[in-house]
Each structure stands twice: as structure tokens, then as C-alpha cells.
Design a binder for this molecule. Structure first.
Ligand code: ATP
Ligand code: MG
Length: 350
């Protein structure tokens, strides 16, 4: 069976890191006898330039019929004036794919402890996954805006909580088997529904997964006190927005961090968490590891190719431990050199 992968390289460093991710996917496909078919499409700022639309019809239909979508990065100062915005394409893409779950692993790689702003003894061994609900809660509730009073409504349904919790429990089964659900159940009605629903789902379908609950204020503290204490962190939209930004600094460089956005009817969208970084675009300075690890998540979550995903992740760990790094991680290698080093280790490992 051939897996169809759509590449949206995008803007700035997007094309550079997307090329690295593709190289890693091709290397691992050769080793694991996978058949992958790639097609690249305009998206974001470059699509505005070429078609006047950040998310052209042709790109949309390619994404919808693909098994997975890989995105580099979009945006940049060129499109910050008036006119259509690249980021609007991203919102439309997420809506089209129906992605409601955002997965962000935070891994402190061996040998990179000194990069973290936290003390080495606090961060050593950190390997956690934040599972954030993306389409509900206060960001999507009714809003009333006045000069004297304003209201933002926060709403969740049991079904919305259940489907995101299921993704967290399933992810935990492939990891340490532990989920920490984060809410504010001492104050918020939505959080009490959240907690009740998460417990019921665990009891009914995931009795093998360990579950505990932490209030979001306490979690903000614990996350930097001892991030290694956590495995899967499950939370709602706004809390996840805040906690995932907090957690993203733990591992040291934004260039290292991958993400996945998953839905029920499509394989999903996979992208590094960094933006288009126009300051370093076109110079071979971009760290491709976040993109390459996003490609590993694509194999795991969209294609069910766990062994191939693990091969990429092991190759990345080796590469980092061997000191083949871009400048943001204190090395002097170029984007291509890091990609090449990862590919060599993929071939050696499989
Ligand atoms: P966004 O585009 O998400 O709104 P932003 O433009 O402020 O955010 P990024 O594009 O992620 O942020 O980049 C912030 C800075 O981090 C960049 O200026 C760049 O120096 C650095 N950076 C980002 N990604 C990488 C990377 N892959 N490798 C090395 N440095 C990076
Ligand atoms: Mg940016």
C-alpha cells in the first residue's frame, strides 16, 4: 500500500526543514520497505504570491485526499501589511482536516541538558507529551464585548472531552501508561464535566492506564519544578495553549520541537512548532530536528508505522548525542548536514 503524503513547505525556513523531513522519511521508507508518495503544494505566503490565496483549492483537495499532511512553516514580514494573511490559511487547513487534538512532545535529549533554562538535575529524563484540545472551550465560546462589561463563554460537551481524552489514553499506552489530566475543577463547571468524563472513559476503556488530576495553577508550577515526573498531560484548549508554551522552553531550542494535530476522519497535520524564522531563512542555519521529529509523528499517528517512527527518533537522539548540531544547539552544522547525519543514522540503525 502506498501512503500519500502532502508536503506544504510554506515560507521562510519552511522549505529547508521540509526538505530535511522528506529526506528522513525517504531514508526510513527504504529501510522499512514502506511505499511513500510525496506531492508538494503551495500554502501560506508563497501561495498568496502565486494564487492570491494562502490555501488554494488545488492545495485543499490534495490535502483532503492525502493520508497525512506535513507543513514546514508559514508567514513572514512580507505578508504582514494589508491583504490576505498566510496564517488564515493555517486556520482553514485545520478546519478542513477536522483536527481537534494537538500533540506536543517535550523531550530533553541526552547531552543537551545544558541547553535547558532549568537546572540539569531538574530536567534530566524529561519525556512528556502534551495533548491539548483545539476546537472547544473559551476560545470558541460566545463573546460579548462592551466598554463597561465583557463576557467570554467557556463551553465543553461530554463528547468533545471524550474524544480528546481517548487520544491521550491511546498515546499513553504507547508510552509510560500514565495520563495527568489538568483542569480547574475547584472553580469551573466545564472542568468538573471534564474530570468526570475523563474518569468515566478511563474506567470503561482504559483501566490499564494510570490517571491523576492536577489543577492548572499547580501544574504551571510542577511543570518547571520537575517535568520528568510527567508522561502524558491532557488538557483543554486555553490551559493547553499556556502550558505548551511554558513547556516548549524546557528542552532548550524551539528548533527541536515537533507537533501533530489529529482528527477522526483524516490522518492529520504534522509540523515543527517553530515559525518561519525569516531572520535565518535561506542561510542553512535552521535546525531541522523539529521537522524531522514531526515526520516521525506522522509515521506513528497517521500511518501506524511505529517501528519506522522509532527508527527516526533513535537516529535523531544519536545525531544530537554525537554533537551534529545547528547553531541554536551550540553546533556549527548546516540544516542539510544535520539532515544528512540523521539519514546516515537511520540507515545504520535499521
Ligand atoms: P510565529 O511565526 O510562530 O508567530 P515567530 O515568528 O516569532 O513566531 P519563529 O519563526 O518560530 O517565531 O522564530 C523565532 C526565532 O527562533 C527565530 O527568529 C529564530 O532565530 C529562532 N528559530 C525558530 N525556528 C528555528 C529553527 N528551526 N532553527 C533555529 N532557530 C530557529
Ligand atoms: Mg514566524
Amino acid at each position: 500500500m502506498t501512503h500519500k503524503i502532502v508536503l506544504l513547505p510554506g515560507d521562510g525556513i519552511g522549505p529547508e526543514v521540509a526538505a530535511a523531513a522528506r529526506a528522513a522519511l525517504e531514508a526510513v521508507a527504504a529501510e522499512h520497505a514502506l511505499s511513500l508518495a510525496f506531492s508538494s503544494h503551495d500554502f501560506g505566503g508563497c501561495a498568496i504570491d502565486a494564487h492570491g490565496d494562502p490555501f488554494p483549492e488545488e492545495t485543499k483537495s490534495a490535502c483532503l485526499s492525502a493520508d497525512a499532511v506535513f507543513l514546514g512553516a508559514v508567514g513572514g514580514p512580507k505578508w504582514d501589511g494589508g491583504g490576505p494573511r498566510p496564517e488564515a490559511g493555517l486556520l482553514a487547513l485545520r478546519t478542513e482536516l477536522g483536527t481537534f487534538a494537538n500533540l506536543r512532545p517535550i523531550t530533553l535529549f541526552e547531552g543537551l541538558e545544558a541547553l535547558s533554562p532549568l537546572k540539569p538535575e531538574r530536567v534530566a529524563g524529561t519525556d512528556l507529551l502534551i495533548v491539548r484540545e483545539l476546537t472547544g472551550g473559551i476560545y470558541f465560546g460566545n463573546r460579548q464585548e462592551g466598554d463597561e462589561n465583557a463576557t467570554d463563554e467557556c463551553a465543553y460537551s461530554r463528547g468533545e472531552v471524550e474524544r480528546i481524552a481517548r487520544i491521550a489514553f491511546e498515546a499513553a499506552r504507547g508510552r509510560d501508561g500514565r495520563v495527568t489530566s489538568v483542569d480547574k475543577a475547584n472553580v469551573l463547571a466545564t472542568s468538573r464535566l471534564w474530570r468526570k468524563t475523563v474518569i468515566a472513559l478511563r474506567d470503561a476503556e482504559f483501566p490499564d492506564v494510570e490517571l491523576d488530576h492536577v489543577l492548572v495553577d499547580a501544574m504551571a508550577m510542577k511543570l518547571i519544578e520537575r517535568p520528568s515526573a510527567f508522561d502524558v498531560i491532557l488538557t483543554e484548549n486555553m490551559f493547553g495553549d499556556i502550558l505548551s508554551d511554558e513547556a516548549s522552553v524546557i528542552a532548550g531550542s524551539i528548533g527541536l520541537a515537533p507537533s501533530a494535530s489529529l482528527g477522526l476522519t483524516h490522518g492529520g497535520l504534522f509540523e515543527p512548532i517553530h515559525g518561519s524564522a525569516p531572520d535565518i531563512a535561506g542561510q542553512g542555519k535552521a535546525n531541522p530536528i523539529g521537522a524531522i521529529l514531526s515526520a516521525a509523528m506522522l509515521l506513528r499517528h497517521a500511518l501506524g508505522e511505529e517501528a519506522a517512527a522509532a527508527t527516526i527518533e533513535r537516529a535523531v537522539s544519536k545525531c544530537l548525542a554525537d554533537g551534529v548540531n545547528t547553531g541554536d544547539v551550540g553546533g556549527s552544522a548546516t540544516t542539510q548536514e544535520v539532515a544528512q547525519a540523521v539519514c546516515e543514522r537511520i540507515r545504520a540503525a535499521a
